[in-house]
Design a protein around this ligand. Structure first.
Ligand code: PLP
Length: 392
């Protein structure tokens, strides 16, 4: 066999260990083990019926062709109307790009700004693909820490102190994966104010969990700051809000100066998004929103259940997350590293969760537990976890 020479950048590409754990858990389940998957990163709710019907109808009505690369015009208008309804802000539909899931938006932003000599700031702990794609792009990956003592809300002064003349992009994520942390409004105000002194820095705000929050006031969106709109990229989509992860449907808002280049990236990579999925996504935005509110109130009661159970065990301390559907308890009292905790718990009890350092070095000493499964399974998972730690 010929020896193939891969481009050097391929060795810099990381991965998302949640998928590794998921595969191991699935194998154990196929072998007959009663696996409780608390590692899962997708809602267990059903998408809106209107979305399913609209996608079916699209196929029956023979919508089999390509669409405009940035998305169906009606869908881009519906996204703009949705943003106006929810946030009270105006976004021109021609600044919206529909993508196959939200992940490509990260890839595009990193390809646009990342190269050697450039630096990109990202949250640690944070969604692992940020770090992976920064490395792939060749840029310096500069983590900013999210502290447990601040409920994993970013510290604006500490983030700003890491901005240099090499900084090209800063990644924000609130509500956050894996911590559920929500950045407080005044902290975001301060961060944006500080960024006004660094006009060369673009901002990628990952707002994929923006409608899953538990306090009365909604998390702020970076779209609410007009002074940075000319360098702001907002990532969002249908995966979490409408429980449509497998549909691969996301959207993003871009500054006008980047719209042409991102449209070319889209044409070079995926051409356009599956037409029937776009039509389903349109129906989800325009139809009743009761599936979203029902899912969020169910998540709220599971959050209380999990936080109470964890804090009832002396081995854990757990902050109540402000959003998303994860808790990120501190496990240092168990004396185990996150990775050993994760591996032993899975093999010895059949409970899957994700070691905190899968999300960056600052995640060591924590694990991510998802509450995207029903309360009786969470209860059973917590019973097994309690039994496991008491036998350590
Ligand atoms: N951003 C964050 C913070 C996520 O947790 C995820 C998925 O887990 C995504 C983006 C990706 O979303 P999508 O499945 O729409 O690509």
């Amino acid at each position: 066999m010929n020896e193939l020479t891969l481009a050097a950048r391929m060795s810099r590409l990381g991965t998302e260990s949640a998928f590794d754990v998921l595969m191991r858990a699935n194998r154990m389940a196929a072998d007959g083990c009663d696996v409780i998957n608390l590692g899962i990163g997708q809602p267990d709710a059903q998408p809106p019926e209107t979305a399913i019907e609209a996608a079916r109808k699209a196929l029956r009505d023979a919508h089999h062709g390509y669409t405009d690369p940035p998305g169906l015009p009606a869908l881009r208008e519906a996204v703009a109307a949705n943003l106006h309804r929810r946030l009270g802000i105006d976004v021109a539909p021609d600044l919206i790009l529909v993508t196959p899931g939200a992940k490509p938006v990260m890839f595009f932003a990193m390809l646009m700004f990342g190269e050697s000599e450039a630096e990109i700031l990202y949250p640690d702990p944070g969604f692992p693909i940020y770090r992976s794609m920064i490395d792939f792009s060749g840029a310096g990956a500069i983590p900013y820490r999210l502290e447990e003592s601040r409920g994993f809300s970013l510290d604006p002064e500490s983030v700003l102190s890491q901005v240099t003349e090499r900084t090209r992009l800063i990644i924000l994520n609130s509500p956050a994966n894996p911590t559920g942390g929500v950045t407080a409004g005044q902290d975001m105000d301060r961060l944006v104010e500080g960024l006004l002194d660094h006009p060369q820095v673009a901002i990628l705000s990952d707002e994929i969990y923006d409608q899953i929050y538990f306090d009365e006031s909604r998390p702020v969106s970076l779209l609410e700051y007009p002074d940075i709109r000319d360098r702001l990229i907002v990532l969002n989509g249908w995966s979490k809000t409408y429980a449509m992860t497998g549909w691969r449907l996301g959207y993003s808002v871009w500054p006008r100066q980047l719209m042409d280049v991102v449209s070319r990236l889209a044409i070079n990579s995926h051409s356009c998004v599956n037409t029937a999925a776009q039509m389903g996504g349109l129906a989800a935005l325009e139809g009743p929103q009761d599936t979203v509110s029902a899912m969020v109130s169910e998540f709220a009661s599971r959050r209380t259940q999990l936080v109470d159970r964890l804090n009832g065990l002396s081995w854990f301390s757990c902050q109540a997350p402000g959003g998303a559907f994860y808790v990120f308890p501190n496990i240092t009292n168990t004396g185990l590293s996150g990775r050993i905790f994760q591996d032993r718990l899975l093999t010895e009890t059949g409970v899957a969760l994700i070691a905190g350092n899968s999300f960056g070095n600052a995640g060591e000493g924590f694990v991510r537990i998802s509450f995207a499964l029903d309360q009786s399974r969470i209860e059973e998972g917590m019973d097994r976890i309690g039994h496991f730690v008491s036998n350590l």
